[in-house]
Write a protein that binds this ligand. Structure first.
Ligand code: NA7
Length: 547
């Protein structure tokens, strides 16, 4: 049992998704000892937990993978946007290639961590009573690991099957011929709807805000394509994805152009063309996320396109309203496959929660304000997450003061330096969490950069005999101000999204991400490192005991 007597552990990683897996591999390569504590039973992170029917990644396979050659050189993707099962198989492949599991404790949920000033090590505790004493703690907990449950009365009285999408049973639930309900129409809700509409006896969709979903444009990947990628293109794509705002490799064409400045004809043709293969790139135009008029042009095109797909005109205003309830793209756009066509089916009902809010969950189903009881066998809670900060603050983490990090962020607002660290919590890093270029963009791009940055930092410390690193409060304050300033240039504050914490009742509303784009984010992080870790205090006279 290494975890009880591991005084020589350099790093404990929490979480074994994309970040944890890549972080472990890169730390090993650099000669650090590292272990992972993972709450789930397999590798996969968000893909382990989100096993609801229809779960699928909405980043293209080209960029949504690890850049490690051993891994990609003999892995074959089947679809442009892989489904959950394929992603889980990919993680098994990653494990076979890199032998990660030998350093992972599965079914091990980290509940607390305290920094011990005398030893300059973390004391990490788990739900089942184990502890670890690493020099460094790296939270690879992702942006969406704390589900958000609605607080409707009677939730526990429901006699059918009820689960949050991110806590769907691994063994699945029989759905064919069932009366199914879905609360929430974010990316998860949209996927559940399009997957279950064809098989449900009846599907009732409880919608509070319409999703501005755009076509996914799925297709099979050919052998020739894969060969070409492996022979020459993958390394180029992996380098390229760090140079773009969203961590994709091909948005630049769009990013340099202004939607507003195009002639109506040019705009029309450009958008039509985009819709055929890459509709999501519409939020990449230079002005769509920042200029209200450009944003409206994008919305109007989207609305008119969706309306053409809806048979019943009464659905127009509900699914694609004349006036957008919030600016286009300020809540994450889902990528859909026949989502709108589902509402043309006779067995699908849309309940608008603005007209008829949910009063309570009853043993038989969902009761709305019009006194209708929607009887159901299965109820999906696709209600999202306490995103970004929740993944970290659900762990009782205490640094040099006695303040849990969640309390710090709740009372003072988000405090991170570079979205990698927080002042008062030495030797702790987080990946793909708050304060970084976490979204809206491609996960693995940001993740790999951050993990590499952390390994470089630890290597730098080891070479110079430092045992402690901590962000200064000043550096944290100026990074916070920069996040605010960059976000203020966009329209983000005008939507109640998880990007700003507005989806969680009672949560402080403020930008939780660096919205200046990945390339810009990387530049700032590199500048700190190249200047000898500007904004950090490094200390400790000793050397790493083990090395
Ligand atoms: P999201 O995107 O946060 O969506 C949650 C949905 O649930 C959204 O439509 C919410 O409506 C709705 N919601 C939340 N609470 C309630 C209550 N109490 N009643 C009714 N409806 C509610 O989460 P997802 O899981 O879909 O996606 C998360 C990310 O994962 C996604 O962005 C991708 O990056 C992958 P609202 O809009 O707040 O009115």
């Amino acid at each position: 049992e290494y975890a009880t007597k591991n005084k020589d552990l350099d790093v404990l990683i929490v979480g074994a998704g994309f970040s944890g897996a890549y972080q472990l591999q890169q730390l090993r390569k650099a000669g650090f000892s590292a272990k992972i504590f993972e709450a789930g039973s397999r590798l996969g992170g968000t893909w382990y937990w989100n096993c609801y029917p229809g779960a699928r990644v909405d980043s293209e396979y080209l960029v949504y993978q690890l850049s490690i050659e051993e891994v990609w050189k003999d892995w074959t993707w089947s679809e442009r946007f892989p489904g959950r099962d394929e992603l889980m198989a990919y993680f098994e492949h990653v494990d076979r290639k890199l032998d990660l599991s030998r350093d992972v404790c599965f079914d091990t949920r980290v509940t607390g961590a305290t920094f011990d000033i005398s030893t300059e090590r973390w004391i990490v505790s788990t739900q089942d009573g184990r502890t670890a004493h690493p020099r460094f703690l790296i939270l690879c907990t992702g942006f969406a690991s704390k589900p958000l449950f609605p607080d409707y009365p009677g939730l526990s009285s429901f006699q059918g099957v009820i689960h949050h999408t991110a806590r769907w049973p691994q063994q699945g639930v029989e759905l064919a011929g069932k009366r199914i309900g879905v609360i929430g129409t974010g990316a998860s809700g949209v996927q559940v709807v399009q997957e279950t509409a064809p098989i449900a006896a009846h599907l009732t969709v409880f919608q509070r805000t319409p999703n501005f979903a755009v076509p996914l444009e799925q297709r099979k990947i050919t052998d020739i394509e894969q060969m070409k990628l492996k022979e020459e293109l993958y390394p180029i794509i992996f380098r390229r994805r760090l140079q773009t705002p969203g961590g994709f490799h091909d948005f630049d064409q769009v990013a340099r152009r202004s939607l507003l400045q195009m002639t109506p004809e040019e705009r029309r043709l450009t958008l039509e063309d985009l819709w055929g293969h890459r509709a999501i790139a519409v939020i990449g135009f230079a002005d769509v996320l920042s200029d209200e008029r450009a944003n409206k042009l994008a919305y109007d095109f989207w609305r008119d396109t969706v309306r053409k797909r809806l048979v019943d005109p009464k659905l127009h205003e509900k699914l694609a309203p004349e006036m957008a309830p919030h600016p286009f793209g300020m809540k994450r756009l889902a990528l859909e496959q026949q989502y709108y066509e589902a509402f043309n089916q006779l067995n699908v009902t849309l309940v608008d929660l603005n007209e008829t809010p949910i009063l309570e969950i009853t043993p038989r189903g969902v009761k709305t304000k019009d006194e209708v009881e929607h009887t159901l066998d299965v109820l999906f809670l696709a209600t999202g997450f306490d995103a970004l900060t929740g993944s970290i603050s659900q762990i009782d983490i205490r640094g040099t003061g006695d303040t849990a990090i969640g309390d710090k962020w709740h009372s003072q607002g988000l405090g991170t330096y570079l979205g990698l660290t927080s002042a008062g919590y030495p030797n702790m890093f987080f990946v793909y969490g708050p304060g970084a270029a976490t979204g809206p963009g491609n996960g693995p791009s940001c993740i790999e950069f951050q993990c590499d940055w952390i390994v470089d930092c630890l290597t730098y410390m080891r070479a110079r005999g430092y045992t402690r690193i901590e962000a200064t409060p000043d550096a944290e304050a100026s990074w916070g101000a920069r996040i605010e300033a960059v976000a203020a240039a966009g329209l983000w504050h005008r939507a109640k999204s998880w990007y700003i914490g507005a989806n969680v009742p009672g949560k402080r509303v403020a930008p939780l991400l660096f919205t200046g784009g990945l390339a810009q984010y990387i530049k700032v992080c590199r500048e700190s490192a190249e200047g000898g870790y500007v904004g950090f205090v490094l200390s400790g006279g000793g050397i790493f005991e083990r090395l």
